[in-house]
Design a protein around this ligand. Structure first.
Ligand code: GLA
Length: 381
């Protein structure tokens, strides 16, 4: 090896040694007050940050992802989830911004299900149906902070104990929500639960993403979505699945390749689009439920932000904020209108307790429920 070759080799080895020796970028987990509710109860928040400018704020009301700051392709940080500035405003709105939803995310037809021969009646808070655990679901409960950990992978664990019979569901349910953020720009969220009696549940997170960021003042019609799902579950006029598993091929529901949200959202020939007022449908995620696998990807051309989502759940609800009607405002006094965000809510299928051939929503004592979702952020250059 000649002199220059040796020098190049030495420099390369030094580079490798430096990379190996450099410690993982430090993350932080910081606890702070987040105001109070009308009854005086205090709300707290925990902010997780990594060394790449990502910051996730989780508040105890509803174990809610209250803000998610992510840099764009030029390093400019912005909040990419919809929400409210104060805890009290979350209680006043039926939108479930960033919330942990339970006991049963999405709908149960006519608020009724039968388990081991007994029929249970739940509140009907969405026309004839039960939605998102009822008027006072997990999103409106104060969760407890169990632990806050800093370091390479900052983490917060929140918990809530739902009493036997709460909202009409059987069994005392002990639930945790664990949010963690790593150096690979992945926000991981896991819901776990145990019960004292056989019950049904479907816990999810209801974040509203707008990758252009709050200060861009844009809807999501030009954001490109990919959904790793060959089939979806069509619904009736009240958004209850008919039981069919329909191929997306040849329909406005086909997102196996990236499409702009707005490209086919007004295709009125498809009755499913009209029933949903756009997209408000459960997709059957390709691959084996229970294993973490790619479910969705969103790309925003203006900011360059990309979000990839992996899930363990059998399904994912793709909802384009169709019920937001511009009559109220969220963070920074911004009015939220139809199509301002994309929700991707992983879980079992809607109304599973009334469909024997859908993946089961049942949980028995001695078993632990788990639902994991990982959001990975990057930019297009
Ligand atoms: C879910 C439902 C929607 C709507 C929102 C909350 O995404 O599928 O129909 O109820 O929650 O507004």
């Amino acid at each position: 090896m000649d002199g220059s070759g040796r020098r190049a080799r030495t420099a390369l080895l030094a580079g490798i040694a430096m990379t190996l020796a450099s410690p993982a970028l430090a993350g932080t987990a910081t606890r702070s007050p987040f105001g109070a509710l009308a009854d005086g109860s205090k709300v707290e928040a925990v902010t997780l940050t990594n060394g790449h400018g990502i910051s996730a704020k989780v508040m105890t009301l509803g174990a809610t992802l209250q803000s998610l700051i992510v840099p764009d392709r030029n390093g400019k940080a912005d909040d990419i989830v919809l929400g409210q500035d104060s805890a009290a405003e979350y209680l006043a709105r039926p939108n479930y911004f960033g919330a942990s939803v339970g006991r049963y995310a999405n709908r149960i037809a006519k608020g009724k299900f039968t388990l081991d021969g007994k029929t249970y009646t739940l509140e009907t808070n969405d026309g004839p149906n039960h939605l998102h655990g009822g008027a006072k679901g997990f999103d409106k409960r104060l969760w407890k902070i169990d632990s806050v950990t800093g370091g390479a992978e900052p983490k917060v664990v929140l918990s809530y104990v739902s009493a036997d019979g709460e909202a009409g569901y059987p069994g005392e349910l002990r639930v945790t929500a664990t949010y963690s953020l790593n150096d690979n720009n992945e926000l991981r969220l896991e819901y776990r639960a145990t019960t004292t009696k056989p019950t049904v549940l479907n816990l999810t997170n209801h974040s509203y993403f707008n990758l252009a960021g709050g200060s861009a003042n844009k809807d999501v019609m030009a954001e490109k979505v990919t959904l790793h799902a060959a089939r979806f579950t069509p619904v009736d006029a009240t958004l209850i699945p008919t039981g069919e598993r329909r191929a997306v091929a040849g329909t406005p529901f086909d997102f196996r390749e990236a499409h702009m949200v707005g490209e086919r959202i007004r295709d009125g020939r498809d009755q499913q689009i009209r029933y949903g007022r756009g997209y408000d449908h459960n997709y059957i995620v390709d691959g084996a439920p229970g294993t973490l696998r790619p479910a969705a990807r969103i790309e925003d051309a203006t900011s360059g932000r990309v979000m990839e989502m992996s899930v363990t759940a059998p399904g994912i609800q793709f909802y384009t904020g169709n019920f937001m009607d511009g009559t109220f405002f969220g963070k920074k006094n911004r009015v939220y209108r139809q199509g301002d965000a994309i929700c991707l809510e992983p879980g079992v299928f809607p109304d599973s307790p009334n469909h024997a051939d859908f993946p089961s929503a049942r949980l028995d004592p001695g078993k632990t429920y788990s639902n994991v979702m990982v959001y990975r952020f990057s930019t297009d250059r």
